[in-house]
Design a protein around this ligand. Structure first.
Ligand code: DOR
Ligand code: ZN
Ligand code: ZN
Length: 353
């Protein structure tokens, strides 16, 4: 068995659903899933119930993290239409400001230009603004970030036009970075029927094969691979109003490592996008004595029922992958070994507090 040693992976885009949606996931199960997937730090999204838009709601999530997280984490503050004046006061308690410019899951959404401008202008420049912004919204936001001279991180890029827009902004010297999800790299709209009508719902939607190809062709523009782990229960996904979102923490490394073996990217490409760049973009502290041992040869079949995530399903059901996480060591302690999560709830650290 050949074991490869990787640095602790960092996922800059995870939905933990706490507070308010713990039947889908919570700090305990979400961080267990992270460790099983080789992640030692995750950045958690603010579209919870209530959304994390002020000190009180942020405090609820921080309290849950402190007692339940098994890996390290940091929280985003959410940009709402009412909190542009006060958001900045929370900046140092968070890894960044998350804004939703398009319809996704939950009520957190910025529709009007005035509050968008106010957030961009007022949010402190030393923490990134991360955005769910598709198509025309992305073009608008790139302009506002340039005018405000703010670092912008574009979440889950999925379309050819979007990745080319980001390339052009980077080439002009703008401080813009971006992430792409494994599901937008390894699935297209053609896979939706097999996944099922409700289960294949995700935002941004699964795109055309041309879009998928454009992401691969522009790998040099992609700063991070981020899962956008967005768990919903099977009952919800298969119900009448299927909420969008896929779990992804436990399949990301296997998918990407399998692509390394196939010669589609290198090991260095992977480590840059799953450790070095997320850490640099969000200014996260180093995790000392932290690493992952990957059995690069091991072949396995993805099964939703075996995942640590509470949601219990995956859009990659049945896919055969290479590369199994054997051991995760976090700050000198065994956190995961051979399928078992060893890190206790509450042992994870808030990296931005
Ligand atoms: O598919 C998605 N699900 N896209 C988002 O932007 C939100 C996420 C969620 O929170 O479920
Ligand atoms: Zn999103
Ligand atoms: Zn998301």
């Amino acid at each position: 068995m050949s074991l490869l040693r990787l640095p602790g992976l960092i996922d800059p885009h995870v939905h933990l659903r706490e507070p308010g949606g713990t039947h889908k996931e919570d700090f305990d199960t979400g961080t267990a899933a992270a460790l099983a997937g080789g992640f030692t730090a995750i950045l958690a999204m603010p579209n919870t119930q209530p959304p994390l838009t002020d000190a009180a709601s942020l405090g609820l999530a921080k309290l849950a993290g402190r007692s339940k997280a098994r890996c390290d984490y940091a929280l985003f503050l959410g940009a709402g239409s009412e909190n542009a004046e006060t958001a900045g006061a929370q900046a140092d308690q968070t890894c960044g400001l998350k804004m939703y410019l398009d319809q996704t899951y939950g009520p957190l959404r910025l529709d009007d230009l005035a509050s968008l401008q106010a957030h961009v202008r007022r949010w402190p420049a030393h923490r990134p603004i991360a955005a769910h912004a598709e198509g025309k919204s992305l073009a608008a936001l790139i302009l506002l970030a340039a005018q405000g001279d703010r670092p912008l991180h574009v979440c889950h890029v999925s379309l050819r036009e979007e990745i080319l827009l980001i390339r052009a902004a980077k080439e002009r010297g703008q401080r813009v970075t971006c992430e792409v999800t494994p599901h937008h790299l390894f699935l297209s709209e053609l896979d939706a029927p097999a996944i099922g009508p409700g289960r294949s719902e995700v935002r941004p939607r699964l795109a055309t094969q041309e879009d998928v190809n454009a992401l691969w062709d522009n790998l040099d523009v992609i700063d991070c691979f981020a899962t956008d782990h967005a768990p919903h229960t099977l009952e919800e996904k298969d119900g009448p109003k299927s909420p969008p979102g896929f779990p992804g923490l436990e399949t990301a490394l296997g998918l990407l490592w399998t692509a390394v073996r196939a010669g589609r990217l290198t090991m260095d490409d992977l480590v840059l996008r799953m450790h070095t760049n997320p850490r640099r973009i969000y200014g996260l502290p180093e995790q000392p004595e932290t690493f992952v041992e990957l059995d690069g040869e091991a072949e396995w079949e993805v099964r939703g029922a075996e995942l640590h995530s509470r949601c219990g399903w995956t859009p990659f059901e049945g896919r055969r992958l290479r590369g199994r996480v054997r051991r995760v060591v976090l700050r000198g302690r065994d956190a995961f070994e051979d399928g078992r999560v060893l890190a206790a709830p509450g042992s994870g650290k808030d990296l931005c507090s």
